[in-house]
Every structure is written in structure tokens, then in C-alpha cells.
Design a protein around this ligand. Structure first.
Ligand SMILES: Cc1ncc(COP(=O)(O)O)c(C=O)c1O
Length: 387
């Protein structure tokens, strides 16, 4: 078995392929195999070869955890059964009576988990516009223990200044968690900007092929890693070995996929901005976007997600969703194929009537890897019928 490469000094693309992992030590297989074993032989009572029982750890999961942690610049990484399972473990770090601040624009499932699962268990939750640092300061209370950031936000693609929020939160004695699902570590590395924890739905860009559901948490703090490791094993929301294999396979092509996602998104943004049926285009690469300057500082590019509102309101938004052919009408995001959805009735239906309700005239696109001209033509034919 050759030594694993020292990540210091290696480029992101090299680490995506080799970081934290290497050929399988028992067979030399260049990909870590899918270890379909729920338990592992012990040489004597209490003497094992690194693995005992597959919920506590297995080689396929260990390989993914080491690989993805390196990409986030983290010494510790833990894989979970879904993004929400990873979020749930992080929220369990808090105690009854603690106060959590969330963004007013965030994945609906995150808001639901915090308010309807952890809320009844004693967690106090408030939403604030975290792009506005004065609003964050106003939301912080003496019992605030965690600030939850999503940037870019889902679905309005707002930008939150991770370094500035981390500074304010740490002065108040609160942890900072960044949901890095939309950006991926290729676009931004929150721990390097001061965050304490990073969380992912690996279901999205990291897996990248719409064939797996998974989650991940990373941190540079050994005590937080220890507590999360305990929760991962004690609550047991772990991914299966095949799921780990699929996410890790996605990591190897993350850089090239992200480059194309970002380039295709820019082509789509240009076409939407020029179309008379479109009222407003939301994307951090646009100079008129209120978070453009912060995005230019903390992100490598604007990302593959694009949202827009329709001059014709909700009815027009629903019509566009029904008329695209290459953009498939479906929830989720971040995979090779382009998707279109109506957040108010689909991904964010659970936040209707709350502080985090999303506009009814909004359409969200996950721009995939198809030929850009084909994607633009598909959107144009759907929009042309509205004018
Ligand atoms: C930004 C964000 N975070 C977390 C999640 C939850 O992840 P999962 O569906 O893997 O549980 C999602 C799902 O859409 C998401 O978009």
C-alpha cells in the first residue's frame, strides 16, 4: 500500500481524485470497493482491524469521509444518510433552551426540521435576513448558540458574508454552520472563511447524477467532531456503502462538472435577462445582484442555480414549468440533467405562511451539463408563448 498524498500544496482537482484516499489496501483496487459487510472479524475480543460493525464505520464510508473532508479543508468529516440527517445531528449539538438563528431564505426542510422537530424539543428558533449584518446583530440574544448560514440561499440565491457573520457570531459565543450544498467546496470553503461546521446534502452536486441521497458534516474542531461522531453512531442515520461509493465517484469529477454548470448558468442568465416575459433574474454573477461583491470575494464563480420571476405572476411561472422539454420538472438539483421547479408549491411548500415563505411567481432552475444553446432554446420556447 502506498502512502496517501499529503494534501498540503496539492490543487483542488488533485485532491478530488486522490485526497484522503488511495488504492484499496487489501486488493489494490484503485476505487475503494463497496464493502457490503455489516460486521467485521475480530482477531481477539476487542482487537479489530479498524472496523467492528458497519453502522459505527465501514471502509467505503471511511474513504468518502476522508476524501470529502480534505476538499472542505477539514480534518474531520462524517457521512450521513441524507442532508437532513446531517443537519439533524448538528442541531442535536444544541440543548433545550438554546437559541438558533436561521436565514429567512433557506431550504424549506431545514426550516421545518428546526422549527417542527427541534422546536418542540426546546430549541428557540428565529429567522433573520443574514445578508443584512445589522439584522443579524438584532436577532442575536444572550442564549444564541448557533447561526445557520445558507449561501447562496435556496431558492432566492441571496449571498451571506460567511467571514463577517462568523466574526459577529463568535463574539456572541455562537457556532456558525454553513450549508454548502449550492456552492460545493469547489466554489467556496466555509471553514477557511471562519465557519465552525459545514453541512451538505451530497444528494446534489457532490453525488451529481441524481442517483443517491446522502449528507455530510465537516469541522476543524476535534470536540465537535467527537460529539458528531457519537451522534452518527448513537442515532444511526448512516449511509449505506453503495451510497458512499456513488458520492465518492461524484467527487472525482466535481471540478469539471462545476465549471460547466457555472458556464451554462451564465448562458441561461443572459437569455433570461433579455426576455420580456421575465421580471427579475436572480444569480450572484449579475452585477446588479445585491450580494455580487461578497460573492466575488468568497466564491470562485456564481454557481449553477438560477432563479427568476415572471412578469405574468404565478400563472406564468406554472406555465413555464409545464412547457420546458429539456429542463425536467422535478425537485432536487445539482445533477447532470437540467431541472425546473416551482419552489412555492414544490421544494418550499412546507414554509407557506411562515417567515420563510417564497414568492409564488418564482421559478428555480438547476442548470445541467447539456449543450448551452439547447438549454437556452428550451427556455425561450417556453417563455415566448407568454408574450
Ligand atoms: C440547500 C439544501 N440543504 C439541505 C437539503 C436536504 O438534503 P437531503 O434532501 O439530502 O436530505 C436540501 C435538499 O434539497 C437542500 O437543497
Amino acid at each position: 500500500m502506498t502512502d496517501r498524498p499529503d494534501p498540503s500544496g496539492l490543487g483542488f482537482d488533485t485532491l478530488a481524485v486522490h485526497g484522503g484516499t488511495g488504492p484499496d489496501p487489501t486488493t489494490g483496487a484503485v476505487n475503494t470497493p463497496v464493502y457490503l459487510s455489516s460486521t467485521f472479524e475480530q482477531d481477539a475480543v476487542g482487537a479489530h482491524r479498524g472496523f467492528e460493525y458497519a453502522r459505527s464505520g465501514n471502509p467505503s464510508r471511511a474513504s468518502l469521509e476522508a476524501n470529502l473532508a480534505v476538499l472542505e479543508g477539514a480534518p474531520f468529516g462524517l457521512a450521513f444518510a441524507s442532508g437532513l440527517a446531517a443537519e439533524d445531528a448538528i442541531l442535536r449539538l444544541l440543548r433545550p433552551g438554546d437559541h438558533l438563528v436561521l436565514p429567512t431564505d433557506a431550504y424549506g426542510g431545514t426550516y421545518r426540521l428546526a422549527t417542527r422537530v427541534h422546536g418542540p424539543a426546546g430549541l428557540a428558533v428565529d429567522a433573520a435576513d443574514l445578508a443584512d449584518l445589522a439584522a443579524l446583530e438584532a436577532a442575536i440574544r444572550p442564549d444564541t448558540r448557533m447561526i445557520w448560514i445558507e449561501t447562496p440561499t435556496n431558492p432566492l440565491l441571496g449571498i451571506i458574508d460567511i467571514a463577517a457573520v462568523s466574526g459577529i457570531a463568535h463574539r456572541a459565543g455562537a457556532l456558525v454552520v454553513v450549508d454548502n450544498t449550492f456552492a460545493t467546496p469547489w466554489l467556496q470553503q466555509p471553514l477557511r472563511l471562519g465557519a465552525d461546521l459545514v453541512v451538505h446534502s451530497t444528494t446534489k452536486y457532490l453525488g451529481g447524477h441524481s442517483d443517491v441521497v446522502g449528507g455530510f458534516a465537516a469541522t476543524g474542531d476535534p470536540e465537535l467532531a467527537d460529539r458528531l461522531g457519537f451522534l452518527q453512531n448513537a442515532a444511526g442515520a448512516v449511509p449505506g456503502p453503495l451510497d458512499c461509493y456513488l458520492v465518492q465517484r461524484g467527487l472525482k469529477t466535481l471540478s469539471v462538472r462545476m465549471e460547466r454548470h457555472c458556464a451554462n448558468a451564465l448562458a441561461v442568465v443572459d437569455a433570461l435577462v433579455a426576455h420580456p416575459a421575465v421580471a427579475r433574474v436572480l444569480h450572484p454573477a449579475l452585477h446588479g445582484h445585491p450580494g455580487h461583491a461578497v460573492a466575488a470575494r468568497q466564491m470562485r464563480a456564481g454557481g449553477g442555480m438560477v432563479s427568476f420571476t415572471l412578469a405574468g405572476g404565478e400563472a406564468a411561472a406554472l406555465e413555464v414549468c409545464a412547457r420546458t422539454r429539456l429542463f425536467t420538472l422535478a425537485e432536487s438539483l445539482g445533477a447532470v440533467e437540467s431541472l425546473i421547479e416551482h419552489p412555492a408549491r414544490m421544494t418550499h411548500a412546507s414554509v407557506a405562511g411562515s417567515t420563510n415563505e417564497v414568492p409564488a411567481d418564482l421559478v428555480r432552475l438547476s442548470v445541467g451539463l447539456e449543450t448551452a444553446a439547447d438549454l437556452v432554446a428550451d427556455l425561450r420556447q417556453a417563455l415566448d408563448l407568454l408574450v
